[in-house]
Design a protein around this ligand. Structure first.
Ligand code: B3K
Ligand code: ZN
Length: 884
């Protein structure tokens, strides 16, 4: 932290480093009060650099103990040091620099660099945390071979881990011991990891496609040993999938995963030694929901896939972050689709993108997938870099098809293995392998904002033609150029999809019966004429959500019902149900003040009834279609967000559905309420999701029987999915008759699960997202609870994050109490954990979307944060951009 205002850095200023580090020897002496880090760096001057070029190393919060250059101790005249750099004035072509620093991991609350989590030491170096360990060229294009020695008290820290292979270990005096690890693969320092602690381990093995045996180890606290099976299975499935789908084999002889409690994000792909937030690795049916199981599978896969897309081929600079993140998210999404239900996975991913990424891209933190500048790179681990980045890779996959895409990825890995690459390198490989021109496509990386696509259709009965006219409205920037948009589509007749014949233009017709095609929309306005169309069709546009755009088409409600019930594409069926629901909710919002309550379109209710009655459908899809668009999504669609109307109208529609379909929900609930042994398979997850959405609706009705069903499920559940669904239905109920039950449920749930930190996170989160008007008071009370820990990011996300992000009516309370509550927390966290502070700030950055009163209240809180002394770069960037 500096008092001077932080400065932005620019992609256009990139140049190679003046020195390379060929080998890095590290030695860590872990003591209770401090840690001594000794490094020995083999440095070579870059051929492009002049002879007298000084060496500028990064370093933060370090105490410099000694420095030796080529065995000569350096004195104060030989170097200069400030709180961000160490500059050595004069070097040779080849040098060995030895540096000793002293750090205090036990005081490191930023959870970046080397820090303590409970009883263990661990590291988090991405993006720029290594500079808090020792002076170094902390940039991803400096790739080095690492040899790491760790010594520590043997009793407290029997386990000493780092990247690569263990090459030596032994005893030392005074009850201490040591271990030496060697990572033969050159890597940037952001992939460095160290762990020291007393952990138990689950071990398994995997035989690769070339017949090499890999040892797999997951390290956790002893009490969590029974929660590792799912992660281990997911890891083995990921290893196999990456061989089958991408031809990528694991390279070291050992792959380790360590679970830690205090972690800023989900997990980290350190070479051979992944470090995971416990929430993304531990799972067992009694304590973990279905969503939790799926998250573990997805994150384990994501980190494993980084071994190629991120580690073997890394990023040249942080402006290329989406090179590894966008591609790896695409890979993990496809893996999860293959392991479970492809359509359900797609709907979940699109829903997140449209709700959260679109909002980010419409707000003050909007940025390109390849940004031009940033102040603090930690602020750029965003939905745009990850999720929109993945959508871009998905569009390439759609445009090329699986075979050419694979040819392109093979070429990318072959050309760039062991190197630090750029997004351009990735696109060139795709272009060279396929012979296609991606120059227009590159706008997806360089133009921020979500394009709007307006579609109009015209059927000509005489000619039997259907003309589809597409128009793209670009993000507001004078220089914006049209995007290359793949639009996957079909034409739906009364009895199903019609065969397609596109006049005069080339297209990918993808199905054998010619009912699905991808048109390439590249101009601002473009027409596609389909011939031989025998009846007036309903267009099914953007099947599978083939591009991250806002599509506008005036479907009639009857068209929406046809799409909901008949389209071949599951995503389009779901999307039609959402569009219908949005229209219905908007209608109710417009008439909310009227009594009696406005009517809910019967066609919508009937369509939902039809879904509930059709046993041939995937219950998970039915559950998704029954879920009304979230308040956050409805807010994203609004010009000015009317928090209260959105909440009340949505609730009213939910109640109407609950009332009209009561018997259907009761039947479905009973049909699906079988106490089968828990399995995290797509089928079983689907059954539970439909049963629990039925329970949700039943609890909104007036039926007393529903309450006893819910109470029974809460008491008898044998898995956390069912238990938590019942628990939240009770806690979120607005029925005054349930007050006593609510208090009992809250107390009993805590008592039952008080030893399971991850379950207690749900306990916090359910209470913080409750709609009742006393929720803020309860949140404040919970901050004082012995189970809350302000240093633990999971607890912060569960309590504070759930309140500010998943409880709009309370957070946006018109008096501004939610805003000042959040600002107070940010001010505190700014000094302890800036990354988390900046992240939690997100809801306040959206102030422009609200009414004037709320705008003023939100802005006032941002101003209050802005004038705090010692603002971290993280918070400074978000606050100034939001106010700017
Ligand atoms: N690469 C890490 C994220 C690091 C975030 C640093 N602030 C996890 C992942 O995307 O796999
Ligand atoms: Zn990642």
């Amino acid at each position: 932290m500096k008092d001077a205002q932080p400065k932005a850095i620019y992609l256009k200023d990139y140049r190679q480093p003046d020195y390379w580090i060929n080998k890095t020897h590290l030695s860590f002496d872990l003591e209770e009060e401090f840690t001594i880090v000794s490094s020995s760096l083999e440095l070579t001057r870059n051929a492009n650099a002049a002879e007298n070029t000084p060496l500028v190393l990064h370093g933060q919060e370090l105490e410099l103990v000694s420095l030796h250059l080529n065995d000569k101790e350096l004195t104060a005249d030989d170097y200069s040091v400030d709180d961000e750099t160490l500059v050595i004035h004069s070097l040779q072509q080849q040098n060995t620099l030895r540096c000793v620093t002293k750090i205090k991991p036990q005081d490191n609350t930023s959870l970046e660099g080397l820090y303590r989590s409970r009883t263990m030491y661990c590291t988090q170096c991405e993006a720029e945390g290594f500079r808090k360990i020792t002076y170094y060229l902390d940039r991803p294009d400096v790739m080095s071979e690492f040899i790491t020695k760790i010594s520590a008290d043997k009793k407290r820290y029997p386990l000493l881990l780092s990247n690569g292979n263990l090459i030596e270990s032994g005893e030392l005096d005074a009850g201490r011991h040591y271990a030496v690890w060697h990572d033969p693969f050159k890597k940037p320092c952001y992939l460095f990891a160290l762990v020291a602690g007393d952990l138990a381990c689950v071990e398994d093995s995997y035989t690769t496609m070339s017949g090499r045996d890999i040892v797999l180890r997951i390290f956790v606290e002893e009490k969590d040993l029974d929660k590792c099976d799912h992660a281990m299975t997911s890891l083995k499935n990921s290893m196999k999938w990456d061989e089958d789908v991408y031809g990528r084999e694991y390279d070291l002889d050992i792959f380790m995963v360590v679970a830690v409690d205090d972690f800023n994000m989900g997990a980290m792909e350190n070479k051979g030694l992944n470090i995971f937030n416990t929430s993304c690795v531990l799972a067992k049916p009694e304590t973990t929901t279905d969503a939790g199981f799926q998250r573990v599978e997805g994150v384990v896969a994501h980190e494993y896939f980084h071994n190629w897309s991120g580690n073997r081929v890394t990023c040249r600079d942080w402006f290329q972050l989406s090179l590894k993140e966008g591609f790896t998210v695409f890979r993990d999404q496809e893996f999860s689709a293959d392991m479970g239900s492809r359509t359900v996975k797609r709907v979940e991913d699109v829903s997140l993108l449209r709700t959260m990424q679109f909002a980010e891209d419409a707000g003050p933190m909007s940025h390109q997938v390849q940004p031009d500048s940033f102040i603090e790179i930690s602020n750029f681990y965003t939905l745009t870099i990850y999720e929109k980045g993945s959508e871009i890779v998905r569009m390439i996959h759609t445009l090329l098809g699986p075979e050419l895409f694979r040819k392109g990825s093979d070429l990318y890995f072959q050309r760039n293995d062991g190197k630090a690459a750029t997004i351009d390198d990735f696109i060139s490989a795709m272009a060279d392998a396929s012979g296609r021109d991606f120059s227009q496509f590159m706008h997806w990386y360089k133009q921020a904002g979500t394009p709007v696509v307006k579609a109009r259709g015209q059927y000509n009965e005489n000619d039997q033609t259907y003309t589809l006219e597409l128009e793209q409205k670009l993000p507001s920037s004078a220089s914006a150029k049209p995007f290359h948009i793949p639009v996957a589509m079909g034409l739906l007749g009364e009895a199903g999809s019609l065969p397609l014949k596109l006049q005069g233009q080339q297209t990918n017709i993808e199905t054998e019966d010619n009912t699905h095609c991808v048109v390439e929309f590249t101009d601002t306005k473009q027409r596609f004429i389909f011939e031989g169309v025998k009846e007036e069709p309903v267009p099914a546009l953007l099947r599978g959500f083939s591009a991250p755009v806002k599509l506008q088409y005036n479907h009639t409600r009857d068209d929406l019902v046809r799409l909901m019930t008949q389209d071949d594409d599951g995503f389009c069926r779901w999307d039609a149900s959402q569009q219908f629901a949005v229209q219905v909710i908007h209608e109710v919002m417009a008439a909310l003040v009227l009594e009696p309550a406005p009517k809910v379109d019967e066609r919508f209710i009937n369509a939902l009834r039809g879904l509930l009655a059709d046993s041939s459908l995937d219950p998970a899809m039915v559950a998704l279609m029954l879920q009304l668009p979230s308040e956050a999504y409805l807010a994203e669609l609004a010009v000015t967000v009317d928090v209260d109307s959105i909440h009340h109208a949505r609730k009213r529609v939910e109640r109407k559905i609950a009332q009209a379909l009561h018997d259907d929900f009761m039947r479905v609930y009973c049909d699906y309420d079988h106490d089968r042994p828990y399995r995290a398979t797509a089928d079983d997850i689907a059954r539970r999701s439909l049963k629990n959405i039925a329970l949700h609706y039943l609890m909104l009705g007036t039926d007393k029987e529903a309450i006893s069903l819910c109470e029974r499920q809460w008491l008898n559940a044998t898995n956390m999915t069912d238990e938590l669904s019942a628990f939240s239905a009770i806690v979120h109920s607005t029925k005054s008759s349930l007050e006593e039950l609510k208090t009992k449920a809250i107390n009993d749930f805590y008592h039952k699960w008080r030893h399971e930190a991850l379950v207690i996170n749900h306990w916090f989160s359910v209470q913080a997202s409750a709609p009742g008007s006393n929720t803020l008071m309860r949140v404040k009370e919970l901050m004082e609870h012995s189970a809350f820990d302000i240093k633990n990011p999971n607890k912060l996300r569960s309590l504070i994050g759930s309140f500010t992000m998943r409880n709009p009516i309370n957070f946006h309370n018109a008096k501004g109490e939610g805003y000042s509550f959040l600002a107070d927390r940010i001010i505190y966290l700014n000094t302890t954990n800036p990354q988390i502070a900046a992240r939690l700030l997100t809801p306040l950055t959206k102030w422009k979307r609200y009414d004037e009163n709320r705008q003023n209240l939100m802005k006032a809180e941002l101003e209050r944060i802005k004038v705090q002394p010692k603002l971290s770069k993280d918070v400074y960037e978000v606050v100034t951009k939001s106010l700017g």
